[in-house]
Design a binder for this molecule. Structure first.
Ligand code: IDP
Ligand code: MG
Length: 149
């Protein structure tokens, strides 16, 4: 079973969208195996977004992500990385499909509501970065027999 890292960004936490976003993830059939509300330390933000260090938006991205709490999650399910990216939608909400989280809830790329790992390798790196092993729960939910054949 695949796991991915999803983070509800400070804009969406302040806009009281945690419940709406978690509901969309759960209703898709994905399962939460870890979750926490936290203020992101500068060092964690920099490591998480290290691939963007040379980009013009890097400094504003780091100051945004550390500016107020985020809701960090580990989500599990068949093809979880790919499916999560689809339900999150394109990076720029102006291009994100209606029905996606960014397509429905966001307006601008600098306040695009949510982060999701872009590959299985990124997911493994990000989960290890954001969560200790003892913060993750392995369990079987009763509806899984109706989600998987
Ligand atoms: P992703 O979040 O869809 O994976 P990335 O290209 O990895 O998109 O960019 C990381 C984050 O950096 C985006 O989610 C967005 O918050 C921010 N970002 C990306 N491109 C821009 C931009 O052109 N202007 C401002 N912020 C940007
Ligand atoms: Mg990315």
């Amino acid at each position: 079973m695949e796991r991915t890292f999803i983070m509800i960004k400070p804009d969406a936490v302040q806009r009281k969208l945690i419940g709406e976003i978690v509901q969309r993830i759960e209703r898709k059939g994905l399962k939460l195996v870890g979750a926490k509300l936290m203020t992101v330390p500068q060092s964690l933000a920099e490591t998480h977004y290290a691939e963007h260090k040379e980009r013009p938006f890097y400094n504003s991205l780091i100051s945004f992500i550390t500016s107020a709490p985020v809701f960090a999650m580990v989500v599990e399910g068949d093809d979880a990385v790919n499916i999560s990216r689809h339900i999150i939608g394109a990076t720029n909400p102006s291009e994100a499909t209606p029905g996606s989280i960014r397509g429905d809830l966001g307006l601008t790329v600098g306040r695009n509501v949510v982060h999701g790992s872009d590959s299985v390798e990124s997911a493994q790196r990000e989960i290890a970065l954001w969560f200790n092993e003892d913060e993750l729960s392995t369990y079987t939910a009763p509806d899984e027999v109706w989600i998987y054949e």
